[in-house]
Design a protein around this ligand. Structure first.
Ligand code: UDP
Length: 448
């Protein structure tokens, strides 16, 4: 039985702003996650893989003796300024502009203030950092300012790239603005080192943004192998109140057009049309997304998907579960016969890896990181994005064949073992030592 702590917020203890800093035997890292907090509830519109990455990597580094302060935009007056996230790891909520959720392009204007307040925090605490590790383009812009002030290197990871998102954007509202693309291009040249999540990611950084290949290292994202592990399907279904006789397909993730849930609903409609006998047993569970607010009703994309579900006659087949905490997700993964990741673009795709770690086969779009983690025909199937027929065909094949599912699931568990956070942290530590010679006793000089 898993420990069912529900929300990060309940696991943390807070300390006032001035409390003693963490102790370091490795070095001191300023981790920047400006636009999204690693303590935030996952599965909302803007909280997903990057939050998990920053949280898990920082915890692993903390356990290894690095002192890590994660700087993020303060969105609430009630949350303490400094919150302990794990051994040697703190989250520092930095005031910059309004103390509330601020959209990314608005937050851009407050980045100079953010950087100033990080510097003020370090001074007030009497701390100096050995290295900056920044996530996403907004954090990179803060890192470039901090590097000028502190004279220490910065390692940049983008998580997603604006130019690639724009290639698959379906509406003007989905398009990333020029300021993002330009900032990313600028940071590709400026950062001391760039981390790519996959070889494809690295290729895109070089081909679309002119990054220097010598400065881009591939370090894949990780999965918490203690949490995401095979569980008994029968027990998992009982835990979630799901029927043992159902054919269960599962989607987990943020709800936005880029994630391709629309294609999945269309594939589901094809599936039940082709196999009418399955209408009473086939179930698609959709985990993620915000709940309706009193003022605005359903968030736009959720509302659109609800309408589509009704239009396709799938109201009895598709269930929206809303966002779930990560401690509950292993039950969902284990309860499912197949996990579906129908994204149009995915720089890495943690959900596919988590599903594999739980021993569930994955059908995913052949895009970005999914084509790297999911092995076609071995741990699941890769299909072209936005093609419901191809997706329905693979789902049908898998639902029809328990032996195949079992084999792919077993292979998935093997595959996922390579991606533990410990392996990720080994490589990140090696990079830190290379980028900041001071960690091994040499002075740091940056070319910029
Ligand atoms: N997630 C979660 N609860 C949800 C939905 C998602 O904890 O309701 C987590 C999921 O476990 C995964 C992350 O959010 O670790 C999503 O990461 P992924 O890389 O798949 O997608 P991204 O959000 O980066 O686009």
């Amino acid at each position: 039985m898993l420990d069912r702590t529900t929300c990060c917020d309940q696991m943390i203890c807070s300390m006032p702003f001035g409390d003693a800093s963490t102790h370091s035997t490795g070095g001191r890292i300023a981790m920047l996650s400006v636009h999204t907090c690693p303590l935030a509830m996952l599965g909302g519109r803007k909280t997903g893989g990057m939050n998990v990455y920053v949280r898990e990597l920082s915890r692993e580094l903390g356990r290894r003796g690095w002192a890590v302060d994660i700087f993020t935009h303060a969105e609430s007056l009630t949350r303490p300024a400094v919150v302990r996230l794990g051994h040697n790891v703190r989250v520092v909520h930095v005031v910059a502009g309004p103390v509330r959720h601020v959209g990314r392009y608005e937050l851009y204007h407050y980045l100079p203030e953010f950087a100033q307040n990080v510097v003020a925090f370090a001074e007030a605490q009497g701390l100096s950092y050995d290295l900056i590790h920044s996530h996403y383009w907004l954090s990179g812009l803060v890192a470039s300012r901090l590097r000028r002030t502190w004279g220490v290197p910065f390692v940049q990871m983008f998580h997603t790239l604006g130019a690639l998102k724009n290639q698959v954007a379906e509406s003007e509202a989905d398009r990333e603005r020029e300021v993002r693309i330009e900032s990313e291009a600028h940071l590709m040249r400026l950062a001391d080192f760039l981390v790519a999540a996959t070889p494809f990611d690295r290729h895109h950084m070089i081909a679309h943004y002119g990054a220097d290949p010598r400065n881009v290292r591939v370090i894949p994202c990780g999965v918490n192998l203690k949490l995401f592990r095979p569980l008994c399907q029968h027990e998992a279904r009982a835990e979630l109140g799901l029927s043992p006789a159902s054919r269960i397909l599962l989607y987990v993730g943020r709800i936005e057009p880029l994630k391709g849930v629309e294609t999945l609903l269309q594939a589901m409609a094809l599936l039940v049309a082709r196999r009418p006998m399955w209408r009473s047993t086939a179930r698609l569970l959709i985990v993620g997304g915000q709940v309706p607010s009193r003022a605005h009703g359903w968030p736009e994309e959720m509302a659109r998907l609800h309408r589509l579900r009704a239009f396709l006659g799938l109201s009895d087949v598709v269930t929206f579960f809303g966002a779930q905490d990560q401690e509950t997700l292993p039950y969902f993964y284990a309860a499912a016969d197949v996990v579906v990741v129908p994204s149009h673009y995915e720089s890495f795709g943690l959900v596919a890896l988590e599903a594999m770690a739980c021993g569930t086969p994955v059908v995913a779009s052949r895009v970005g990181g999914l084509a790297y983690t999911v092995q076609d025909g071995k741990t699941g199937f890769l299909v072209p994005p936005k093609v419901p027929e191809a997706l329905a065909h693979r789902l049908e094949t898998l639902l029809d064949n328990p032996t195949l599912r079992h084999r792919l699931g077993r292979n998935g568990v093997q595959r996922a073992r390579r991606f533990g956070w410990s392996a990720v942290a080994d490589r990140v530590e090696a990079l830190y030592r290379r980028v900041q010679p001071r960690l091994t006793g040499q002075p740091y000089r940056h070319a910029g």
